[in-house]
Design a protein around this ligand. Structure first.
Ligand SMILES: N[C@@H](CCC[C@H](N)C(=O)O)C(=O)O
Length: 276
């Protein structure tokens, strides 16, 4: 079987995007694992499929991680889906409505070519993350085999935890990230951010993504980091986030408001995936 796809990235967080409206797609963990494989497949952090939209949405998007697990949100992927939809049909409006498992998102192409996505309100209630705790808090102590660690936790439509570190360059992203991703208090596993606060308007961030490992960038991770640091009143409403693959601007006015994420969406190539 042959499947047409587009390879894209948002500051190095890379995706294979498949239009599931115009061709049959066997949406499965196995398909994601095969396509995402960097040696035997196309190679990507996430496989994203585009489905028919309803009620005014241009489309619906679904996300599978490299390991085949389902994700509810993908900030960088959402911007790429918006750019893909505008390329596919230049008559589509700007802003554009796109539905996902986390709800309805609004994407707007800015004058400088970047895309600003409204990705919803951060959710701090432990049951919504999901995270095992009695009540929402700005800090949680998480038990590890050799002590405990201070974390923040939030859902951006997908689960995130955050560790504040003195320097992201020295942070044990691979080891601690893998440990926290599967910590028993996160029953659905979790994306793990390591943030260095540079000022009230700037942070540096590395993210160990659930179902992938460390990626060059994570849009929902950048959003989660700003939401948690804003909850702690450590940063202002607008924050520049530097990730290994590039820069995102995040704005969150606070409870009751949607969070805004601005950044690029890049096409890499179009191709055809042939598989048995
Ligand atoms: N890279 C994405 C997040 C992808 C999903 C995540 N790994 C999860 O399992 O929740 C982003 O840019 O937000």
């Amino acid at each position: 079987m042959s499947i047409r796809f587009t390879k894209m990235h948002g500051i190095g967080n890379d995706f294979v995007i498949i239009d599931a409206r115009s061709q049959p797609v066997d949406w499965s963990a196995e398909l994601a694992e095969q396509i995402a494989d960097r040696h035997f497949g196309v190679g990507c952090d996430q496989l994203i499929t585009i489905h028919a939209g309803t009620d005014g949405a241009a489309a619906r998007y679904r996300i599978l991680n490299q390991d085949g697990s389902v994700a509810g949100q993908c900030g960088n992927g959402l911007r790429c889906v918006a750019a893909w939809l505008w390329r596919d049909n230049p008559a589509l409006p700007n802003p554009l409505l796109i539905d996902g498992d986390a709800g309805r998102m609004v994407c707007e192409r800015l004058a400088d070519g970047r895309i600003r996505a409204a990705i919803g309100e951060p959710m701090f209630a432990p049951a919504q993350i999901p995270f095992m705790a009695d009540e929402p808090a700005a800090h949680y102590l998480l038990e590890l085999a050799d002590g405990s660690i201070d974390i923040g936790a939030v859902s951006m439509g997908n689960p995130h935890c955050l560790v504040v570190v003195p320097s992201v360059d020295q942070a044990p992203v691979a080891t601690l990230g893998a440990l926290l991703e599967r910590h028993p208090r996160f029953p659905d596993r979790v994306n793990v951010g390591f943030a260095e606060v540079v000022s009230r308007a700037a942070i540096r961030l590395r993210v160990f993504e659930r179902g992938v490992g460390e990626t060059l960038a994570c849009g929902s991770g950048a959003s989660a980091a700003v939401a948690i640091l804003r909850q702690r009143d450590v940063v202002d409403a607008t924050v520049g986030v530097d990730l290994p693959g590039g820069h995102l601007d995040i704005s969150w006015a606070g409870p009751g408001s949607t969070l805004l994420m601005s950044g690029p969406a890049q096409f890499v190539f179009d191709g055809i995936w042939n598989h048995d």
